[in-house]
Design a binder for this molecule. Structure first.
Ligand code: NAD
Length: 260
């Protein structure tokens, strides 16, 4: 249905050498968009990923190293791309600990990467979208942008923050052909989620299977992980004309989590 309608557009996806970011980049490329992949590393496999994606979908794909914990690098990523029709703020990290034990440097980096980076990239991208007369800002928030879990104070604060920032961006662009929305995934089995399993096993004194079944998917009434392809297709939909009047809102892709 959406085949290649994004030809001629450039999409920048932060934190896209893995997980949801890569899944979103892949679906946008499939819809014809040129892609800028990003992370903070600069390994041969990062550039190989870009080459493979380009060959798979017949679009231009570049990999640009930029650390989303640093404001100047966030802005430089957008400037280096030279064009930004679609901005997907996806880079994110997690840390699980009770508030009194929560390491201060973890709090600071979660707020910087999961929230403040979107302010910097959006600030740099909006003038480009305005010049082009069209734009889409898609923030990858979380079910934790709408609800909370114990031991995830920084993450929940950052994700609630990005939902608020989404609304402000939408209001500031409401009279232009620019929209801004947040996708709120439930649990998607990506490296970020894999990394939480050992901490949760410790916190809850459970086995891996028990954490998956009783902690993660316990909140997800469908009892299934959502997929990176579903996140990508939701982003593609938000870029379509059908979504031109959808702005300033959240779209949950969470198997019913936030209906509870
Ligand atoms: P992931 O660990 O697979 O991917 C995170 C990406 O961010 C990676 O590409 C990583 O390299 C990048 N990144 C991390 N720190 C960075 C930095 N300083 N600069 C640039 N890039 C950086 O995790 P994921 O699950 O794909 O998460 C992607 C986004 O989706 C995050 O914002 C996360 O909060 C959100 N999310 C994930 C889930 C889930 O269940 N997986 C659920 C809700 C929301």
């Amino acid at each position: 249905m959406f085949e290649r309608f994004l030809g001629g557009k450039t999409a920048i996806v932060t934190g896209s050498n893995s997980g949801i970011g890569l899944g979103v980049a892949r679906q946008l490329a499939r819809a014809g968009a040129d892609i800028v992949l990003n992370s903070f590393t600069d390994r041969p496999e990062d550039h190989q990923l870009a080459q493979n994606l380009a060959e798979e979908h017949g679009v231009t794909v570049r990999y640009v190293k930029a650390d989303m914990s640093k404001g100047d690098e966030c802005r430089a990523l957008i400037q280096q791309a030279g064009r930004c029709d679609i901005l997907v703020n996806n880079a994110g990290i997690q840390h699980v600990a009770p508030i009194p034990d929560f390491p201060i440097e973890k709090w600071d980096s979660i707020i910087a990467i999961n929230l403040t980076s979107a302010f910097h990239t959006t600030a740099a991208a909006l003038p480009m979208m305005r010049a082009a007369g069209w734009g889409r800002v898609i923030n990858i928030a979380s079910a934790h942008g709408l609800t909370a879990s114990a031991f995830k104070s920084a993450y929940v604060a950052a994700k609630h923050g990005i939902v608020g920032f989404t609304k402000v961006t939408a209001l500031e662009t409401a009279r232009e052909q620019i929209t801004c929305n947040a996708i709120c995934p439930g649990y998607v089995l990506t490296p970020l989620v894999e990394a939480q399993i050992p901490d949760s096993m410790k916190e809850y004194n459970m086995t891996r299977d028990e954490v998956i079944r009783n902690v993660m998917l316990e909140r997800q009434p469908s009892k299934e992980f959502a997929t990176v392809e579903q996140m990508g297709d939701t982003a593609v939909f938000l870029c379509s004309d059908a979504a031109a009047q959808i702005t300033g809102t959240t779209i949950s892709v969470d198997g019913g989590w936030t209906a509870l």
